[in-house]
Ligand binder design. Structure first.
Ligand code: SR1
Ligand code: MG
Length: 407
């Protein structure tokens, strides 16, 4: 794939060449171009001019940045992200950044720079409470789920959109890294020496393997809605309305993994990443903060279920989809969210692409946090068969993470 990669030196000329961008940023007064891509895949630049104009420019490389050119990856993922931003934004522009441009020749997306926002994972690592963020991401998942499923969109339109939303290579990353490799290491897994026994116990757990097989099947076949596809806390931006915490706004971004998949996958991803933040807090002895973080599980779910239920009133076809249909779907999604959360938390401990919440703990503390998350993931897949309430999820997390605290 032959196209020019952007650099901090070439971004200004790029903006000048695009009227959609030179309207937003005054090229002559650009003060600052910073490459901030701390993700696993792309280049990301933030640009500021002297007049307050600002933009985020993201370019997909034809390989996985985390690994290098030896792992080629389709840059057409940028198109998937642009489409997801556009479509998700059409339901609620307050919950996703605005898309300014998609450049299909250089696989570049330009979007709104969310001034005053920060990545939620970093805020959680610092122990900050962004109140209301979990409710807003729950609302985002609900609006996307309703708006792009056949419940909220005419069937012919939905089929056309589904046909244009194939994202095979990025789905394969998830199929491999999330559902398979933690149980069948092909050389990309790693843990602390003291956690090798825990990783081995996970990989040898026949019940877990069966559950992950089921989760993978659901991921690969439940084409319910144009989901985000990678909705961890690093894919959410938050902004406190006053100071650095308290009542807050939140937006979802980085939707390059978007595809027609199971709605519960996005919810499970959030729950798993709340759990990682809580595991960190437990390891550091911040018990109250860990409690608050785990309460986000219920807050996200309640907001999702309430918003989806409101939207369900305006479903496109109510002939056989009555109140029972809504009840059944919510029950199924809640149970599946347990399963997906289990998959998403254990992969961040043993597999490629780990999470800073755990990785930045010093090893003596990381050991217990990692052990707690791995045991919790195994308990979630069995316990969900008897109780799928979010309070049970939170209680199970509290108990398991605390039990394994080291030091
Ligand atoms: C090779 S990409 C690794 C991970 O980064 C993304 O954030 C996804 O979670 C993916 O699994
Ligand atoms: Mg990402």
């Amino acid at each position: 794939m032959d196209y020019k990669f952007l650099t901090t030196d070439s971004v200004a000329a790029y903006i000048e060449s695009k009227p959609e961008l030179s309207r937003i940023v005054d090229v002559a007064s650009i003060q600052d171009v910073q490459e901030v891509g701390d993700g696993n895949l792309n280049l990301v630049f933030i640009v500021h001019d002297a007049r307050g104009g600002t933009v985020v420019i993201k370019q997909a490389l034809p390989f996985v940045r985390l690994v290098g050119p030896e792992w080629p990856m389709t840059p057409f993922r940028a198109e998937r992200e642009a489409e997801a931003l556009r479509i998700h934004g059409s339901f609620n522009q307050k919950l996703v950044p605005e898309l300014y441009l998609y450049d299909s020749e250089r696989f570049v997306i330009a979007m709104e720079n969310l001034s005053g926002y920060r990545v939620w994972r970093g805020a959680l690592i610092e122990g900050l409470r962004h109140e209301g963020a979990a409710e807003l991401v729950g609302q985002y998942v609900a609006e996307v789920a309703f708006g792009t499923s056949v419940i909220g969109m005419p069937a012919e339109e939905q089929k056309l959109l589904m046909s244009k939303s194939i994202n095979a290579e990025l789905c394969k990353i998830t199929e491999d890294l999330v559902f398979t490799e933690p149980y069948d290491d092909i050389g990309r897994n790693s843990v602390l020496p003291s956690n090798e026994v825990d990783a081995q116990a996970l990989a040898n757990d026949a019940v877990m393997i069966q559950a992950m097989g089921e989760a993978k099947w659901k991921f690969m076949t439940n084409a319910e809605a144009l989901i985000h596809g990678d909705l961890h806390t690093g894919s959410v931006m938050v902004r406190a309305l006053n100071g650095d915490q308290g009542p807050s706004l939140a937006m979802a971004f980085d939707s390059e993994f978007s595809f027609y998949g199971p709605i519960a996958f996005d919810i499970g991803a959030l729950w798993a990443n709340y759990t990682l933040a809580a595991a960190r807090a437990v390891a550091l002895g911040n018990v109250e903060f860990a409690e608050w973080v785990m309460s986000l599980v219920g807050k996200t779910w309640d907001s999702f279920a309430n918003r989806f239920s409101e939207l369900y009133e305006s479903r496109v076809d109510s002939r056989v989809w009555k109140a029972e249909m809504l009840e059944d779907r919510l029950a199924e999604w809640k149970s599946d969210a347990w399963l997906f959360a289990a998959a998403k938390m254990s992969r961040r401990i043993v597999g490629l692409a780990k999470a800073a919440d755990i990785e930045t703990l010093e090893p003596s503390l990381r050991e217990g946090a990692a052990r707690g998350v791995l045991e919790l993931s195994r308990r979630l897949v069995t316990e969900r068969n008897s109780d799928t309430s979010t309070s049970s999820f939170e209680a199970l997390a509290r108990e398991t993470l605390t039990k394994h605290k080291t030091k």
